[in-house]
Write a protein of this length. Structure first.
Length: 86
């Protein structure tokens, strides 16, 4: 992420920052979608789209959604897909 955006420091948002920018969501419940669901750019790691299916929390800490990664990419419309996980 640092390399992609040419920045020196990266950190997770605090619980308070997260609640503010996601209209009250808590860590672990943020769905992997950007606009129009959450007013943020969406950056997706290449490993997500390399899998046939993906599972993710969607506004809940107890419920998950499983869907085909191709369907996710069509619905989510990522701002950019690049490699940033190890």
């Amino acid at each position: 992420i640092k390399k992609e955006f040419k920045i020196k420091n990266v950190r997770f948002a605090t619980k308070e920052e997260l609640a503010t920018i996601t209209d009250g969501l808590v860590p672990g419940s943020v769905p992997p979608f950007g606009r129009p669901i959450i007013d943020l750019d969406l950056f997706v790691d290449t490993s997500v789209v390399e899998n046939e299916k993906i599972a993710f929390n969607c506004g809940s800490l107890t419920d998950s959604i499983v869907m085909l990664s191709g369907d996710y990419r069509k619905v989510a419309v990522p701002t950019k897909v690049f490699s940033f996980s190890k």
